[in-house]
Design a protein around this ligand. Sequence first.
Ligand code: ADP
Ligand code: MG
Length: 348
Amino acid sequence: MPLLKVENITAGYGRERVIASLSFHVNRGEIVSLLGPSGCGKTTALRAIAGFEPISEGQIVIAQKIASAPGMTLPPEQRSIGMVFQDYALFPHLTVSENIGFGLRKRPAVDRKVQIAHLLDATGLDGMGERYPHELSGGQQQRVALARALAPRPTILLMDEPFSNLDVELRERLSVEVRDLLKSEGISGILVTHDQHEAFAVSDKVGVMHGGEILQWDTPYNLYHEPNHRFVADFIGQGRFIPGVVRSPETFDTELGLLHGNRSCTKAIGTRVEILIRPDDLVPDTNGEIEALVKDKAFKGAEILYTLELPTGTRLLSLFPSHYDHHLGDTVRVRMDAEHLICFARND
Ligand code: ADP
Ligand code: MG
């Protein structure tokens, strides 16, 4: 039985529907993300799950108990959830230990002390219990917020863009730490973010949201390799689209010649499509049949990401090992190295 079931929920503000027919499940101990651009309804969905927003259709079931239904919203404190926000929201006049222990006020002092010590240790805040929030860095403050949310041992931790105020390096480190911590404590998590790297680092499953809907609910691997929607293909990872025509379920006629993939395209033969070409699908090869012009380059350390222009003007991205150092305007030769090709119907 899933720990959390979000079933066809609809929610909004006044007459405006912000999320429509949203459904997903979270199993015990699983960590999932809702990933999407700003304004797509992520926070609204999370607030509905937390019990801060009512729903007008569907239901939310937590641990076999209906938590939300039209006309019924169990209050947040009765849902066994913890929440972490982007802005930490620590109590400035309380010490780190007092902040962490805030949700444990009704517990016996000795339990409280043990749990605070455990979380100081688990979140890497050893020795900082007596400090005040203003004496901590942003990363440390977010660790306190995390420890405070975990202290009452919620079954699900809800996190709304928790790392967006941190610099990139710290963001990546903290996301991995949070994942490890939740897994070791056996707590399920829902992360809401617009940052795919964060979502991928933390989650078992990711739901890509757009306009209040989940377009694809899948593993990070499948979202990258088998996007089932044009928006998902565009939003996840890098890549460009090349026009083509379906010749057989595995073959497309394009300006690069006939391209073969090992996935069956469900579109009818003759359909005009767009084929997703990822930067790792196009590799340098001095004997390659494809000739292209270097239009742009971005040094990435071990690799260089080139923007290449085909004779027709179509631009594709290609990852070259870093020692292939070409200049803008150079002509390079490449070949396709893609196992499966993903196509979408073309509207033009
Ligand atoms: P996200 O977290 O993905 O950026 P939100 O759930 O915050 O998206 O917002 C989705 C939509 O709902 C936006 O168009 C936003 O303007 C609107 N919205 C959010 N909160 C409110 C509110 N309290 N009142 C009215 N509209 C809101
Ligand atoms: Mg938001």
